[in-house]
Design a protein around this ligand. Structure first.
Ligand code: NAP
Ligand code: MG
Length: 433
């Protein structure tokens, strides 16, 4: 369709765009070409994080992109290959570059929140869940930066801390009198990291207008988990508008299994590792999971939670047109555009982001689905499509105005009520993620 006559939506300030690899790179270009450029005068600061360009720039491009997100406040990222030995050979790399997400997370000092996109035809395996549960995982320390020791036989196990410049005044406690061979582990965390984590959680809870739940085990771990609880409660004082509650981690798990959803669940590193996989798989498809990195200074980077979908890409290279689901990539874009709109007060851009989400969900709910959704959809799909057909079907809905003249589709079930479903992704709404 020719759009020249239609006035495009403008955005005075840029979104930082991070291009990526393999199948998601193909879909990324398609989404921009068919679903964004015809409607928006896109103002983007582009960084190519494809593995070839990371090699060409010796990974400097990743750092430049992260700094640009810090400068402009909003970024959107395509999935990228994390190099390993196999990739090093495949792409003839001169080094094993670190994970781009790790580099960006370190520069933004941010927390990653994962959120499923709900549709009426994919039922979560937990019946009571009607709205997304957003998992926040603290990504520093604890068991992931622990030191471990194989204990060969009986003896005294101690924990020793030597303060800088006070080698003669170590802090020392007994851990155990080992009666025989065994194992030991010491772990740590930093007040500054826990504070950043808590601040990012409260910022997202405020921006999403969602309650925040934090669970730890301070009855057993009085100092360690107690410190987490204390820091969260201190930051809460700065965010008194946020509905925050603390409970023991086992009680938090029990509460989550009975909740309707619509909550941000802050988890310590290990709990977040485990619980994010539980929530993701119970929510339907990996291809419907989005992810947002929030820095404690209020900078946001949006992406799909899945990888570059390598297997589909190799089929694409053989001339096939795979049915890779672009929904989470589309929602990464709408999340970034809606955030730009909310920061800059751009109603038209906010409206477009909501319409694009509505059009995407409408397609799925009317039975036009990629294979991953078709496999779990109730009712069964009307038509299983490839990525190109799916994106064309969304564009047709945007063009026809079917989804264009309303901010969100009429709810078919409570999941899609405008203030609870992912369709209501307008800035200032509860789903502005
Ligand atoms: P993946 O790309 O997430 O894909 C794993 C499998 O999940 C796919 O083969 C596919 O299953 C299914 N899947 C994932 N996304 C889908 C979608 N949008 N539509 C339909 N099916 C989807 O994980 P991977 O193959 O283990 O990793 C590939 C590359 O991605 C790796 O190099 C890894 O480093 C990178 N990665 C990047 C990120 C990131 O940038 N955020 C995250 C994770 C992984 P079927 O083949 O059965 O259809
Ligand atoms: Mg995990």
């Amino acid at each position: 369709m020719e759009h020249a006559a239609t006035k495009k939506i403008t955005m005075p300030k840029p979104v930082v765009e991070l291009d990526g690899d393999e199948m998601t790179r193909i879909l990324w270009a398609l989404i921009k070409q068919k679903l964004l450029s015809p409607y928006i005068e896109l103002n983007l600061e582009y960084y190519d994080l494809g593995l070839e360009n990371r090699e060409r720039t010796k990974d400097a491009v990743t750092v430049e992109a992260a700094n640009a997100i810090m400068r402009h406040g909003v970024g959107v990222k395509c999935a990228t290959i994390t190099a390993n030995e196999a990739r090093k050979q495949e792409y003839k790399l001169s080094a094993l570059y670190p994970s781009p997400n790790g580099t960006i997370r370190a520069i933004l000092d941010g927390t990653v929140f994962r959120k499923p996109v709900y549709t009426a035809c994919v039922k979560p395996s937990v019946k009571s869940w009607k709205k997304p549960i957003i998992i926040a995982r603290h990504a520093y320390g604890d068991v992931y930066k622990s030191a471990e020791l194989l204990i060969p036989g009986p003896g005294k196990l101690e924990l020793v801390f030597t303060p800088d410049g006070m080698a003669d005044k170590p802090l020392r406690i007994d851990v155990a009198n080992m009666k025989g061979a065994g194992i030991a582990q010491a772990m740590h965390n930093l007040d500054s990291s826990i504070e950043s984590f808590a601040r990012s959680c409260f910022l997202l809870a405020r921006s999403e207008k969602l309650p925040l739940l934090f669970g730890a085990k301070d009855t057993i771990s009085k100092l360690y988990d107690g410190r987490f609880k204390q820091i969260f409660s201190g930051i809460h004082a700065e965010f008194s508008d946020v509905d925050y509650s603390y409970t023991l981690i086992d009680d938090a798990v029990a509460k989550i299994m009975k909740t309707e959803g619509g909550v941000i669940w802050a988890c310590k590193n290990y709990d977040g590792d485990v619980m994010s996989d539980m929530v993701a798989s119970a929510s339907g498809s990996l291809a419907m999971m989005t992810s947002v990195l929030v820095s404690p200074s209020g900078v946001y980077e949006f992406e799909a939670a899945h990888g570059t979908v390598q297997r589909h890409y190799y089929r694409f290279l053989r001339g096939e047109k795979p049915g890779t689901n672009p929904a989470a990539l589309i929602f990464a874009w709408t999340g970034a555009l809606a955030k730009r709109a909310s920061i800059d007060g751009l109603e038209a851009l906010a409206g477009f982001a909501a319409r694009l989400e509505a059009a995407t969900l409408e397609c799925i709910e009317q039975g036009i689905q990629t294979a991953d959704i078709a496999a779990v959809s109730e009712p069964a799909p009307v038509k299983t499509v490839n990525s190109w057909q799916f994106i064309d079907a969304i564009a047709a809905r945007l063009d026809s105005g079917a989804a264009v003249n309303q901010a969100a589709p009429q709810p078919k079930n409570p999941q899609n009520a405008p203030d609870s479903g992912a369709a209501a992704n307008a800035p200032g709404s509860k789903q502005d993620l």
